[in-house]
Design a protein around this ligand. Structure first.
Ligand code: HEC
Length: 150
């Protein structure tokens, strides 16, 4: 009796393990496809709703400028137009933060989520930058958009 039950659960474990492998393969395939023809990148609704707790004070913007120059400018470019020197080496174009159509679709929360999570060549920053630093960068990205519109 016990033996048969154990056999059943072992089979179930094997089945689950195989399903997990297939799910992993499907995810990997999805990622490769995303690199070839980027699908629109949309943050989850919960993330979109999160409000920016960091005000765009001169101090916070100055801190963010340093972070941007050190970590983001290579791809996103000095003025955030997605034209940094690193942009030439990757297939997916870095986002242009001065693109009004793109930026008006994004909430502060979705920009925060995207820079935290990453996609394809866009690195995830959640382990390298603190939450405060990432919110400061959201403000800086907004400032780049405003500067370009001047
Ligand atoms: C190696 C190049 C690279 C670096 C470095 C990089 N990015 Fe990106 N970034 C990208 C690419 C490429 C995309 C577009 C990804 C896509 O659409 O799949 C992107 C997209 C984004 C987006 C999403 C824009 C949108 O509305 O869809 C944000 C926000 C962003 N980057 C912020 C940052 C910040 C902040 C930094 C620095 C801390 C940074 N990135 C560093 C390449 C880079």
């Amino acid at each position: 009796m016990i033996g048969r039950n154990m056999g059943t659960s072992l089979r179930m474990i094997r089945t689950f393990a195989m399903l997990a492998v297939f799910a992993g393969l499907a995810l990997a395939a999805g990622r490769v496809a995303a690199d070839d023809a980027p699908k629109p990148w949309v943050a989850p609704d919960d993330a979109k709703k999160v409000k920016n707790p960091i005000p765009a004070t001169p101090e916070n913007l100055a801190a963010a400028e340093t972070l941007f120059v050190d970590n983001c400018q290579l791809c996103h470019g000095e003025k955030g137009m997605g034209d940094g020197p690193g942009a030439k080496t990757i297939k997916v174009k870095p986002a242009n933060f001065t693109d009004k159509a793109l930026m008006s679709q994004e909430t502060d929360g979705s920009l925060f989520w995207k820079m935290s999570t990453g996609r394809g060549p866009m690195p995830p920053w959640k382990d390298d930058l603190t939450e405060k630093e990432r919110w400061q960068l959201v403000n800086y990205i907004r400032k780049l958009g405003k500067d370009a519109a001047k």
